[in-house]
Ligand binder design. Structure first.
Ligand code: MG
Ligand code: MG
Length: 255
């Protein structure tokens, strides 16, 4: 069932989204060569706790995962696409870092992700991240009342495939509300004019997951969580939670 949110509920979702944006900004500011992924996790935890919110990922245990997620954020480095575990690993020069963060405030969820490079950037990695952000922005711009979910997915996929990148197979965006993952599922590569018709009050997370080199295949690490590109090439992930409104898309996880 797809649940539409009232303007008051959207205002509460916006507050949760602000906490997530602040946590991501703190992680990004702290990230540098030599810093451990656990330190980044602690930065996010501090911001979320300080705002009176609760981390959405910590101990999250979907049926397919062998163990509950052990971190506040997902940290996915280089060929890791999503769901990387924040461990003792230290960031190295040129690492492409993707951070995914979710938090609940007063029972409402925000979910967002950013990708960036620490140290000396490889121009190919910069281009990959730029394409990821461009795909996300195009998806948001297509999220208009009367359009369909397929139009949003088409806008995202068009940027990604047009630039020659792959899209992580079997993964896409989702509804957000009192739960982090709600209906509907949002394909990152949609058919224009197909799918659920967008209406005011729909809240969805859009999250293009790009793979350099053009293939979509992935492998799961022995930890049961981390998804890596099958080709060993790098990956990038950007995400915002947005609300469909009569005045256009409202980015709930904007800073
Ligand atoms: Mg996320
Ligand atoms: Mg998400």
């Amino acid at each position: 069932m797809i649940e539409l949110k009232t303007p008051r509920e959207i205002a509460l979702l916006r507050e949760a989204g602000r906490v997530v944006a602040s946590a991501l900004a703190a992680v990004r500011a702290h990230a540098a060569v030599g810093v451990s992924l656990r330190e980044l996790d602690r930065e996010a935890a501090k911001v979320i706790k300080g705002a009176g919110a609760k981390p959405a990922f910590l101990n999250y245990h979907p049926s397919w995962a062998p163990v509950p997620f052990p971190g506040v954020i997902c940290v996915s480095i280089n060929d890791a696409v999503v769901h990387g575990i924040p461990d003792k690993t230290r960031l190295a020069d040129g690492d492409l870092v993707s951070i995914d963060c979710g938090a609940f405030l007063q029972g409402w969820c925000g979910d967002a992700a950013i990708s960036f490079i620490v140290g000396q950037p490889d121009p190919e990695d910069v281009a990959l991240i730029d394409a990821t952000d461009a795909a996300l922005q195009r998806g948001i711009a297509a999220a208009l009342v009367g359009h369909r979910l397929g139009d949003v997915g088409h806008a995202i996929g068009d940027v990604v495939r047009g630039a020659g990148y792959g899209l992580l197979a079997d993964h896409g965006g989702h509804g957000v509300g009192r739960a982090m993952h709600e209906a509907p599922y949002v394909l990152n590569e949609g058919k224009p004019g197909h799918g659920y018709r967008l209406r005011p009050g729909l809240v969805i997370a859009l999250e293009p997951m790009l793979i350099s080199g053009g293939t979509d295949e992935y492998l799961t690490d022995p930890d049961g969580w981390t998804l890596r590109t099958a080709s060993g090439t790098k990956a990038s992930h950007s995400e915002h939670t947005i609300a469909i409104t009569d005045d256009g898309p409202l980015v709930l996880t904007a800073a």
